[in-house]
Write a protein that binds this ligand. Structure first.
Ligand SMILES: Nc1ncnc2c1ncn2[C@@H]1O[C@H](COP(=O)(O)OP(=O)(O)O)[C@@H](O)[C@H]1O
Ligand code: SF4
Ligand SMILES: [Mg+2]
Length: 343
């Protein structure tokens, strides 16, 4: 793998749970993110997938420094950004930008598109001197496939897909190296999703971007991701190259997610295994002991309640070659092809 532009190690975010109105007493913590590690290589797209509430957005907010981690480290080009402040932090933040999930709520309805896209220049005037901004914003509109003449319009004059293009243009304004896209197409109609994914794909090569692309569904990230990490209750349970995760998953949770992805090919749909998960996702304030997935896992045994499975290449695959050899946090990891190869 190319050199990592971002290294995330043992990242933790706990939100205190308090009781009482005046004398707030901490009675526990929501363990939203509880020990997440991964690398992002320059020019790569890492997909992060998992059900709602598993901690994806919390990871995203820490990556772009909207929130400080409770513990752990995020290194950008070898330097820990969680300990930076002042000028150094400002320079790093410029290089790591976010595209938000909901283009309906993330754009200020009272600002024109030009002001929304150009807003980052107020904080980083060195990127675009005042006299140059209008042209820069018009270039950005053009780059994301919108008419540059729309610069004075307001968000409500655009469709959902167009609004997300505006959000992407704003994310690009400072010419970042990394974009963290938090479910950028989840709020959009299925018919527009592919267009926005294709746009992000094109911009990646045009601007030499690295992406962290978050989704709750494995089908959306497949086209765009080089590698995929699967999250469950604040942890990454399996991570690997696209082919390793989609065709050779070894973690039961990944297998269950794959068994639910929409498949366009009806014959593949028929041949695919169905795994129905029972039970709800437990609360992150009180996660199960040992393996957090054990309350929903059909393979759970005594050991799963006692011992936390670490994210590593499982012992049975350590000496093997081939796509099953990738990190999976399961004591009883087994390869299981859920989605059949295309006929
Ligand atoms: N500011 C907060 N205070 C308390 N709990 C939070 C806060 N933000 C998120 N959470 C909780 O942390 C968990 C993870 O949330 P989130 O990162 O938004 O998940 P996802 O993006 O995967 O849906 C959820 O249980 C959520 O309710
Ligand atoms: S460690 Fe046990 S409970 Fe967890 S996924 Fe593996 S088999 Fe299931
Ligand atoms: Mg989220």
């Amino acid at each position: 793998m190319a050199e990592a532009i971002l290294e995330v190690r043992d990242l933790v975010k706990h939100y205190p749970l308090t009781q009482g109105v005046l004398l707030k007493k901490q009675v526990g913590a929501v363990r939203a993110v509880d020990g997440v590690s991964f690398d992002l290589a320059a020019g790569e797209t890492l997909g992060i997938v998992g059900e709602s509430g598993c901690g994806k957005s919390t990871v995203a907010r820490m990556l772009v420094n909207l929130e400080r981690p409770t513990a752990g480290r995020i290194s950008y080009k070898g330097e820990d950004i969680t300990r930076m402040s002042g000028r150094a932090l400002k320079a790093v933040r410029r290089n790591i930008q976010m595209v938000f999930q909901d283009p309906y709520t993330s754009l200020n309805p009272r600002m024109t598109v030009g002001d929304i896209i150009g807003e980052p220049y107020e904080i980083h005037p060195e990127v675009a001197p005042k006299g140059d901004r209008r042209r820069k914003v018009q270039d950005l509109l053009d780059v994301v496939g919108l008419n540059p003449e729309y610069i004075n319009r307001y968000p409500h004059q655009f469709s959902g897909g167009q609004r997300q293009r505006i959000g992407i243009a704003r994310g690009l304004a400072l010419r970042p190296e990394i974009i963290v896209a938090d479910e950028p197409v989840s709020a959009l109609d299925v018919s527009v999703q592919a267009q926005v994914v294709n746009l992000l794909d094109r911009l990646q090569s045009e601007f030499a971007l690295s992406y962290v692309f978050i989704a709750h569904d494995l089908s959306i990230v497949r086209h765009i991701s080089d590698r995929v990490g699967v999250m469950y209750l604040g942890r990454v349970v399996e991570i690997g190259r696209d082919e390793e995760i989609y065709e050779h998953p070894t973690h039961p949770y990944t297998q269950a997610l794959l068994s639910a992805v929409p498949l366009p090919d009806p014959s593949a749909r028929e041949r695919r295994e169905r795994i129905i998960l029972t039970g709800d996702v437990p609360s992150p304030a009180n996660p199960p002991s040992g393996c957090r997935f054990r309350t929903r896992c059909w393979k759970a045994r005594e050991r799963c309640a006692q011992e936390v499975p670490l994210l590593a290449v499982p012992a049975e695959f350590r000496h093997a070659e081939g796509p099953a050899r990738h990190p999976s946090a399961c004591h009883f990891a087994e390869e299981r092809r859920v989605v059949p190869p295309a006929a």
